[in-house]
Design a protein around this ligand. Structure first.
Ligand code: HEC
Length: 197
C-alpha cells in the first residue's frame, strides 16, 4: 500500500515537473538543514559572488565577472618568501576530505579533498574528474615564483581566477591554513613530488 503511494507520488511529481528555481532550492535547504555545533544555518547563506553565479547559471556578464574576480583577488593573503612547503604533508592533506563537521573542534585544521575532483599522484587510482588532471603539473608548468603564486592563490580562492569555479575557496573559507596550502603547492610543484614523476 505504502509502496503504491510512493510510486503514485513519484509519477505525479514527474508529470507536474517544473525546473526548480534557486529560491525553491534555498527553501528546501532551509527546511531540511539541522544546525548543530559549528554547522549553523549560516552555512546556507550565499555570498554575493555565489548569488551572481547561481542567478546567471555560471554565465555572468564578462565585465561583471572581471570586476568580481578582482575583488576576490584582494581576499588572498599571499605570504612572503617561498611558497613551497613539504609535498609529503601535501599528499596527506590532498587525500583527506575530513573536517568542518558539527562534531569537529571549531578552527581545527581540515583536509583539502583535492582527490575528490582531481587526479594528482599516479599512485592514487581513485580520484574524481570534476577538475582537470593535475598529473605532472610542475613538470609542464614549471615551479618558479609566478607559478608558486598562481597555485597558492588558486587554492586560497579559486574564484579570483574563474568567478564561477566549482573549486572550493579553501583559504578564504578558513578550511586550510597557510602552511597546509604551502604543502599543497609543493605537492603540485616540487620535482620530488610523485605528481611530477
Ligand atoms: C569540488 C571540486 C574541486 C575540489 C575539491 C578541488 N578542485 Fe581544484 N579545480 C576544480 C575545477 C572544476 C577546476 C577547473 C576550473 C577552474 O580553474 O576554476 C580546478 C582547478 C584547479 C587548478 C588550476 C588548474 C590549471 O590548469 O590551472 C589547481 C592548481 C587546482 N584546482 C588545485 C586543487 C587542489 C590542490 C585542491 C585541494 C586543496 C583542489 N584543487 C580541490 C575543482 C576542484
Amino acid at each position: 500500500m505504502k509502496r503504491n503511494l510512493i510510486v503514485l507520488a513519484a509519477f505525479a511529481a514527474t508529470a507536474a515537473y517544473a525546473e526548480p528555481t534557486a529560491r525553491d532550492v534555498q527553501q528546501v535547504l532551509q527546511r531540511d538543514f539541522h544546525p548543530r555545533g559549528q554547522a549553523t544555518m549560516e552555512r546556507l547563506a550565499q555570498d554575493g559572488v555565489q548569488r551572481v553565479c547561481t542567478e546567471t547559471r555560471d554565465q555572468p556578464p564578462a565585465a561583471l565577472a572581471k570586476q568580481l574576480e578582482a575583488d576576490q583577488m584582494k581576499t588572498i593573503a599571499f605570504p612572503s618568501g617561498s611558497l613551497m612547503g613539504d609535498w609529503k604533508n601535501g599528499e596527506k592533506i590532498a587525500q583527506s576530505g575530513r573536517g568542518s563537521m558539527w562534531s569537529d573542534k571549531p578552527g581545527a585544521a581540515a583536509g583539502g579533498s583535492c582527490y575528490n575532483c582531481h587526479q594528482l599522484s599516479p599512485k592514487e587510482l581513485s580520484h574524481g574528474t570534476i577538475g582537470p588532471s593535475l598529473l605532472r603539473f610542475g613538470k609542464t608548468r614549471g615551479n618558479g615564483a609566478d607559478t608558486q603564486k598562481y597555485v597558492y592563490g588558486k587554492i586560497y580562492n579559486a574564484k579570483a581566477y574563474n568567478l564561477c569555479s566549482q573549486m572550493p575557496r579553501l583559504g578564504h573559507a578558513g578550511t586550510l591554513t597557510e602552511q597546509q596550502i604551502k604543502d599543497l603547492v609543493a605537492l603540485l610543484l616540487d620535482p620530488a613530488s610523485p605528481v611530477n614523476q
